[in-house]
Write a protein that binds this ligand. Structure first.
Ligand SMILES: Cc1cc2nc3c(=O)[nH]c(=O)nc-3n(C[C@H](O)[C@H](O)[C@H](O)COP(=O)(O)OP(=O)(O)OC[C@H]3O[C@@H](n4cnc5c(N)ncnc54)[C@H](O)[C@@H]3O)c2cc1C
Length: 530
C-alpha cells in the first residue's frame, strides 16, 4: 500500500550506476573460469591482456556503440561529389569511425596475437552488438585466412599485410560478397561473370547483399565466362591512387538497405562493371574454399556473438530483477520470474562454454581449415576435421536460435522498459540477433547440409562413432540413445523428397540437431564447473 506523492521520487539510478560501472571481463568471474579452463597454459598472459582490453570495450566502446544506434546516425550514400564525380561515399558518423579505428588498431588478426586473446577480445567486442564492427571484423578474418593460403602476387600479398599487420598503423578491412538477388544460400547459382584480363580478372553483374560496403577489400564469388564453376576473387574497393579521389574500382553502390537489425552496418546492393579482381585459389574450388574457410570463420563468430549478447542480457536481466519491485516484492523473488532469469543465465553460460570449447577443438586442428570433406588424410585427422566442421554448423544454428529467445526473455524481465531503445541496449541486441540467425547459412540450409554430410561420411565415420567422439564425457545412456536416433534419422535417404514422411523426418532432424549441440554445450559447462 502507498499514499499519494506528487513528487514521486522513483528512479533507476542504482541499476544504471551498476550497469555503467560493470567491467565485461574484470567483473565476470564465470568468463574468467571459462578462459582458464579452455585456454589452459595460455591463461595467465591472456588474462592480463584481457583486463586491460576490457576497460576500453566495457566503457568507451560501449558508449560509442550506443551512440551510433539511433536512426538519425544510420549510414547513408552520397553518390556524387559537388563536381559531378561519381564517388559512392558511404557517410558514417564520426563515432563509428573512432570505434572502428580503435578496434582495428588492436591488430587482432596479427600473427603475433595469441589466438585465445583474439577470441576473448572478439567475445568482449560482441557484447556491444554489431556496431558496424562485428561483421567487418570477421569478414577481415575470413579474407586473411583465404589470403594466407592463396596470396601469390604483389597485390594480394599487400592486401594480406594491410589487413593482418597494418601498414603505417592503418589496418585494412574486409567484406564478403556472395549473395545475389536470385539466391544467397545457393551460391552455385551465382550469375556474376568474371572475364580474364591479362593476369587478373574483371567482374560484371550485381551483388545484392554486400555488408561492410565501406570496407577496403572484398572476397567475391563469380563464374568465369562460359563456365558453370564458381571461382573466388578478391577486389579492392579502390585501385592504388584512386582512394583519395574516391573513384571506386569499376563498381557502383546502388543503394544501402534499410534493415531491422545490424542497422549501423551498411549493407549495400552493388553493380560491378569491370571491377579489377585477383583470383584466390583454384577456380573450381571457389565454393569449397568460401564455404570451408571464409564462412567457417563467420559461423564461428555467429556462435560467439550469440554467447556474448546472451551474457550481457543475462547479466542485466538478473541485476534488474534484484533492483525492481512490484506488489511490494523484489521481482526476482517471484518464482515465475526467477525461473526465467535462471534460464537465461543457463543459456548464456552454456553457449559461452560451448563456444570456447569448440574454439579449442578448432585451434587444435592440424593443418587448419580446408574446403570440402577431405579424403586424403589419416582416418583420425579426417574424423577430427569432420567433427569440427559439423560442430561449427550445429553451433551456428543452435546459438543463433537460442539467442533471440534469450534476448526476448531478458527484455520481458524489464517489462515495458524492455523494448525501450533508450532504456537499454537489449532491443538493439535483439534486432542484431535476428540477423545472426539468417546470414552465414540459414537454419534450414545448414540442417539439410549436415544431413547430407553425415550420410556422405558414414562409410568412414558411422554416426554412432561421431556421437561418441563429440559427446565424450556425456555418459552412456546419452551417447547410446543419440547415436541410435541419429542412425535412424540418417537412414532416411534424402531430405529433398516431398512427402509426409520426409516432412516428419525434417522436424525430428531439426529437433535432434538442437538437442545434440545442447549436449555438447552441457559437457563444456560441466568442464568449467568442475
Ligand atoms: C542483414 C544482412 C546482411 C547480409 N550481408 C551479406 C553479405 O555481406 N554478403 C553476402 O554474401 N550475403 C549477405 N547476406 C545474405 C545472406 O547470406 C542471405 O540472406 C542468406 O544466405 C540466405 O539467402 P537468401 O536471402 O537468398 O534466402 P534463400 O536462399 O532464398 O532462402 C529462403 C529460405 O529457403 C531455405 N532454403 C534455401 N535452400 C534450402 C535448402 N537447400 N534446404 C532447405 N531449405 C533451404 C532457407 O533456409 C530460407 O529459409 C546478408 C543478409 C542479411 C539479412
Amino acid at each position: 500500500m502507498s499514499y499519494p506523492d506528487r513528487n514521486n521520487p522513483y528512479n533507476f539510478d542504482a541499476f544504471i550506476d551498476w550497469r555503467k560501472g560493470f567491467d565485461y571481463y574484470g567483473d565476470d568471474e564465470f568468463l574468467q573460469r571459462v578462459l582458464k579452463r579452455f585456454a589452459g597454459k595460455e591463461f595467465n598472459s591472456v588474462d592480463a591482456e584481457a583486463r586491460k582490453f576490457s576497460k576500453k570495450v566495457s566503457f568507451k566502446w560501449r558508449d560509442l556503440s550506443d551512440a551510433i544506434s539511433v536512426p538519425e546516425k544510420r549510414p547513408y550514400m552520397m553518390h556524387y561529389d559537388g563536381h559531378r564525380h561519381r564517388i559512392d561515399r558511404i557517410v558514417r558518423p564520426e563515432e563509428t569511425r573512432i570505434l572502428e579505428r580503435e578496434i582495428f588498431s588492436e591488430g587482432i588478426f596479427s600473427a603475433a596475437t595469441n589466438p585465445w586473446l583474439r577470441l576473448l577480445k572478439m567475445y568482449l567486442i560482441y557484447q556491444n552488438g554489431e556496431a558496424c564492427v562485428s561483421c567487418p571484423l570477421v569478414c577481415t578474418e575470413g579474407l586473411i585466412a583465404i589470403l594466407e593460403r592463396f596470396a601469390d602476387r604483389p597485390e594480394t600479398k599487400m592486401i594480406l599485410k594491410h589487413c593482418r599487420e597494418g601498414i603505417d598503423g592503418d589496418f585494412g578491412i574486409g567484406a564478403q560478397y556472395l549473395s545475389e538477388i536470385q539466391g544467397g544460400s545457393d551460391v552455385p547459382a551465382n550469375l556474376i561473370e568474371a572475364v580474364r584480363d591479362g593476369d587478373s580478372w574483371k567482374l560484371y553483374g550485381n551483388k545484392f547483399f554486400c555488408s561492410a560496403a565501406h570496407a577496403d577489400y572484398a572476397v567475391v564469388t563469380a563464374k568465369p565466362s562460359g563456365s558453370e564453376e564458381v571461382g573466388l576473387f578478391i577486389i579492392p574497393s579502390w585501385l592504388p591512387g584512386d582512394r583519395e579521389s574516391e573513384k571506386r574500382n569499376g563498381y557502383t553502390i546502388d543503394r544501402i538497405k534499410w534493415k531491422m537489425g545490424t542497422s549501423e552496418l551498411p549493407t549495400a546492393e552493388i553493380t560491378l562493371d569491370g571491377a579489377v579482381a585477383y583470383q584466390a585459389g583454384p577456380l573450381e574450388r571457389g565454393v569449397a574454399n568460401v564455404v570451408g574457410i571464409v564462412l567457417t570463420y563467420s559461423r564461428l563468430t555467429v556462435g560467439l556473438s550469440a554467447a556474448a549478447s546472451m551474457t550481457r542480457a543475462a547479466r542485466e536481466a538478473e541485476k534488474y530483477s534484484e533492483f525492481r519491485s512490484a506488489f511490494g516484492l523484489q521481482i526476482g523473488r517471484f518464482p515465475m520470474l526467477k525461473a526465467q532469469v535462471d534460464d537465461i543465465q543457463m543459456r548464456a553460460r552454456r553457449t559461452t562454454a560451448g563456444g570456447f570449447k569448440l574454439y579449442g577443438d578448432f585451434l587444435s586442428l592440424e593443418g587448419g581449415l580446408k574446403g570440402g570433406l577431405q579424403t586424403d588424410e589419416s582416418k583420425d585427422l579426417k574424423r577430427k576435421r569432420f567433427d569440427v566442421r559439423e560442430l561449427i554448423m550445429l553451433q551456428k544454428i543452435t546459438a543463433a536460435w537460442d539467442c533471440t529467445d534469450a534476448l526476448r526473455d531478458a527484455m520481458s524481465v524489464f517489462g515495458g522498459h524492455g523494448v525501450m531503445e533508450d532504456f537499454s541496449s537489449l532491443p538493439r541486441l535483439f534486432r542484431d540477433a535476428a540477423i545472426n540467425e539468417l546470414w552465414e547459412g540459414p537454419r534450414n540450409v545448414l540442417l539439410t547440409q549436415m544431413h547430407r554430410d553425415f550420410q556422405r561420411a558414414s562409410a568412414w565415420y558411422p554416426p554412432g562413432e561421431f556421437i561418441s567422439s563429440v559427446l565424450r564425457g556425456a555418459g552412456d545412456p546419452i551417447t547410446r540413445d543419440m547415436g541410435s536416433e541419429m542412425e535412424d534419422l540418417l537412414s532416411h535417404k534424402s531430405l529433398l523428397t516431398m512427402d509426409e514422411k520426409t516432412i516428419l523426418v525434417c522436424r525430428r532432424w531439426d529437433d535432434f540437431c538442437h538437442r545434440l549441440y545442447h549436449e555438447y554445450q552441457n559437457i563444456a559447462l560441466n568442464e568449467v564447473d568442475r
